[in-house]
Design a protein around this ligand. Structure first.
Ligand SMILES: [Zn+2]
Length: 383
């Protein structure tokens, strides 16, 4: 996410903050995620969704729909809820695909939308539902990001390049995180999700350091510790359990961190729809590296972000924490040096130059300099 969208709602909140010093209080609302997690939470669908109507349009990815279709139909038997049809989301989280869904007569007829999948599919369903002003319920099928619980959809152009975040006022009405579905997904998604999740802690705490924060931002930054601790404590075991399809306590803790905690933190720290506290050096490094085509072709977002976290910790002089994260990365096979991303020191001047241009580091307690990054990369390469 590296785009700033200002809406009337945001201006209202900004006005509120502007008056903080003079104690002028205005009204504001925060909507937080609601969710069920466990091996059989589809049994809760009737209880949770029935108050919103009876007719459902289910939207998702091909694989995701295949994974949950029979389970959903079985769970909804006798509930009074009826799935009008299952629709493919179109393969990209784009406004074009959102428009197609909105024009679908069944979307107009439906009382609610079920958004099923891993991120792009749920983002497409969420965006269409928000524009149609219909309640949306999410059914994540992989544990790689927080899309199922956030009040933003990340939108891409038709060609797959990033367009903008599309914010809405409320997150999905409810997320059904059925771990018996998630555990069957390839562990590579959770593996990459680990890095993007603990990045939330490091980026939000560093970017807000020393500031007198408004209540909701302070709440989000404080909670972000839960994006880090469970990952370090349970991440390795959770990956093994994912591989063996073993629904363990550790697996569930990591799923919660990736899908739920990160979403709550994101919502709180981006209430004003600005990215100041929601990003930082780890993501700046990621975006800089995406200028090398093989990065997006061969590597996952969270995998590259976790590499950026190592540089963030070195630039921030956090030797002890750096060692902890470095050891963790080694233990699960996340990248720890340029060659792990098929890059070499010859590319460093260009990488550093591009990183310094990213908006993600514009809000930081100190200026991140070329020397700082040079030194961080050198230490990391020789560690
Ligand atoms: Zn990210």
């Amino acid at each position: 996410m590296h785009c700033v969208t200002i809406t009337r709602e945001v201006l209202r909140i900004l006005t509120f903050r502007f008056h903080l010093g003079g104690f002028t209080m205005e009204n504001y609302s925060i909507y937080l995620p609601s969710y069920s997690i466990g091996k059989d939470v589809y049994s809760k669908i009737s209880e949770v969704c029935r108050p919103y109507g009876t007719k459902v349009l289910a939207v998702g990815g091909h694989k995701a729909i295949a994974a949950v279709k029979d389970l959903l139909l079985e769970a909804m038997k006798g509930s009074g809820l009826h799935i009008l049809d299952f629709r493919w989301y179109g393969g990209e989280s784009s406004y074009g695909n959102v428009d197609k869904l909105m024009a679908d007569p069944l979307a107009k007829e439906a009382d609610m939308i079920f958004a099923i999948g891993g991120g792009k599919a749920t983002d497409t369903g969420k965006c269409a539902a928000a524009k149609l002003n219909k309640p949306v319920f999410t059914f994540p099928t992989i544990a790689s990001n927080c899309s199922a619980c956030t009040s933003v959809s990340i939108m891409y152009h038709k060609d797959g390049s990033f367009q903008e975040p599309f914010f809405f006022q409320k997150p999905p009405v409810h997320a059904f995180i059925q771990t018996s579905v998630l555990i069957k997904s390839p562990k590579i998604y959770m593996w990459a999700g680990l890095g993007d999740t603990y990045a939330k802690y490091f980026e939000s705490t560093v970017s807000s350091r020393g500031e007198d924060l408004v209540h909701y931002v302070a709440l989000g930054v404080t909670m972000s510790e839960m994006c880090m601790k469970p990952i370090l404590q349970y991440g390795k075991k959770a990956l093994e359990d994912n591989e063996n399809e073993n629904l363990s306590y550790e697996y569930e803790q990591v799923v919660l961190s990736i899908i739920v905690t990160t979403a709550i933190v994101s919502i709180l720290v981006t209430t004003e729809h600005i990215i100041d506290y929601n990003t930082g050096l780890a993501h700046a490094v990621f975006y800089a590296l995406t200028s090398y085509p093989h990065i997006e072709e061969k590597h996952l977002h969270g995998e590259v972000v976790s590499f950026g976290v190592l540089l963030l910790l070195l630039a921030d002089n956090r030797k002890e924490m750096f060692e902890q994260i470095y050891t963790f990365c080694k233990s699960v096979g996340l990248p720890t040096k340029l060659s792990d991303l098929e890059l070499s020191e010859a590319e460093l001047p260009d990488i550093i130059h591009k990183t310094l241009e990213m908006k993600d580091i514009s809000h930081n307690p100190y200026k991140i300099t070329e020397e700082m990054l040079k030194e961080a990369f050198e230490v990391l390469e020789t560690y």
